[in-house]
Design a protein around this ligand. Structure first.
Ligand code: NAP
Length: 438
């Protein structure tokens, strides 16, 4: 008997799950249901526009989407167009792969001020996400503070200071390019609450900061530890040693070498974002690292700035009709199992950590769990409506879903419209995307 599986979301975790299912020795029907007309989730809207190579994995995902057992249903939102419980009644298994697309609150006073953005919001804006294209961040400022020392913080800092020439062959949308490249921004302060050895960004990203066309990295020698110390895996030690070596190379860079500067500041935790009508600066408390944690030492200083981007982590929104662990910001699950026939993969399962490939084992595990459960339930012989039932419901509710072929038509126009050397010119509104199909 064919197993019907619906996957909600179409980012890496969704595609790795679909791939694991079609490669398994079973008869299955896999439907990927995505609220936007566009597939690929964070590949399209999370990876930085100047890191096109990282996005290349979409090619493998496109192959999966075109497999005979797989269908893509774009522009269909679970919780709005169709309830999760309705989907569960139609399919043998439902896999939640909706990611962690929201900003986690920093808990700092003043974070609601004008000019303060979470990185999920800001990254979606410069990546042309239809929900964020009207954000209009005011970049007519001299200084920016980026909070956090992860890869997202470094992505944001880099995109803010790269030149038009450096971004020419990217899919940075025109509105973001205008705003960033006409900006008066000169100094970006990237502030970590712990030290260089505890920073979470990877070395390729860090090294890139030393090779920018019109921006120079700045760091005070006093902030640099002599060596990497403490217990850790060999892999972590190698990464930290590489980062430490790179940071040390930044010490001799002159502030006036180039027009812009990214200042790497460590051992400083944000206490308050201040300003009258809008953000005017951030107050920090100096820290020391004790047992791996940042501890305030009662000394304070301010950085004046006109914009703050808090790259301090993402979180997931609760999924209607699924149990949610508010503290952890994930769907309540045990090894991906949420409820009978309901599974979770990727960031909604385990929180916003890891790289794209980290989602692969989640997909494999979910596929194994689904098949194991089916092997037991198969004896009962209950047949659910699956794809046929979904198609009927979409017609009944007059929901305009987008097939993968239709997405490819949209994509083809994006490629045709691209500036020379750029991979695509993204449509940034859903109506423009749907307009192509009329
Ligand atoms: P992340 O790696 O967890 O970094 C979050 C940063 O925010 C950390 O430096 C953390 O400091 C800091 N932070 C958290 N709460 C804070 C607070 N209240 N005050 C000050 N600082 C605070 O998360 P991310 O950068 O959002 O990245 C998410 C995942 O995507 C990561 O796994 C990342 O590697 C991945 N990613 C990868 C790439 C790439 O491969 N190029 C690009 C983008 C994202 P502590 O360490 O002290 O907690």
């Amino acid at each position: 008997m064919t197993i019907s599986i619906a996957i909600v979301g179409s980012g890496p975790a969704a595609f790795y799950t679909a791939d694991a299912l079609i490669k398994a020795d079973c008869q299955c029907e896999v439907d990927i249901v995505e609220r936007l007309p566009t597939p690929y989730g964070l590949i399209r809207y999370g990876v930085a526009p100047d890191h096109e190579k990282t996005k290349n994995v979409w090619r493998a995902f496109a192959k999966t989407a075109q497999n005979e057992h797989v269908r893509f249903y774009g522009n269909v939102e679970i919780g709005r167009d169709i309830l999760l419980d309705e989907l569960r009644n139609m399919y043998d298994a439902v896999v939640l792969a909706v990611g962690a697309g929201s900003d986690r609150s920093t808990g700092i006073s003043g974070e609601e001020k004008k000019g303060v953005f979470g990185s999920a919001t800001f990254v979606n804006w410069y990546n042309g996400h239809p929900d964020f294209r009207n954000l209009n961040p005011d970049l007519n400022v001299e200084s920016a503070v980026v909070l956090g020392n992860g890869n997202v913080a470094i992505d944001v800092a880099r995109v803010l200071v790269k030149t038009p020439n450096e971004m020419a062959m990217t899919d940075l949308p025109e509105y973001a390019s205008k705003s960033i490249h006409n900006s008066t921004l000169r100094d970006v302060f990237m502030v970590g609450r712990r030290g260089p050895n505890e920073a979470k960004y990877t070395n390729v990203e860090l090294r890139e900061m030393g090779q920018l066309e019109n921006c120079v990295p700045q760091i005070e020698a006093l902030q640099i530890p002599n060596a990497v110390e403490g217990d850790m895996s060999d892999r972590d030690r190698r990464l930290r040693e590489k980062n430490l070596a790179t940071i040390k190379e930044f010490v001799d860079r002159k502030p006036n070498e180039k027009d812009k500067r990214v200042h790497f500041l460590y051992y400083s935790q944000p206490i308050e974002i201040f300003g009258e009508k809008r953000v005017e600066g951030v107050r920090f408390e100096k820290t020391r690292v004790q047992n791996g944690r940042a501890e305030g030492i009662g000394e304070y200083f301010d950085i004046k700035c006109g914009i703050v981007i808090a790259a301090t982590g993402y979180t997931s929104k609760p999924v209607k009709d699924a149990p949610f662990d508010h503290k952890a910001g994930i769907v309540t699950n045990v090894d991906g199992l949420v409820d009978d026939g309901l599974y979770a993969v990727g960031w909604i399962k385990r929180g916003p950590t890891g790289v794209i490939g980290s989602n692969k084992p989640d997909g494999k595990l979910a596929a194994e769990q689904i098949l194991a459960r089916h092997a037991i339930n198969n004896e009962s012989g209950i047949k659910k409506g699956g794809r046929e039932a979904l198609n009927a419901l979409l017609v009944q509710r007059e929901i305009r879903s987008i097939s993968f072929k239709e997405w490819q038509l949209i994509e083809a126009v994006e490629i045709t419209n691209a500036n020379e050397g750029a991979p695509r010119k993204k449509f940034v509104t859903i109506s423009d995307m749907l307009g192509i199909l009329k």
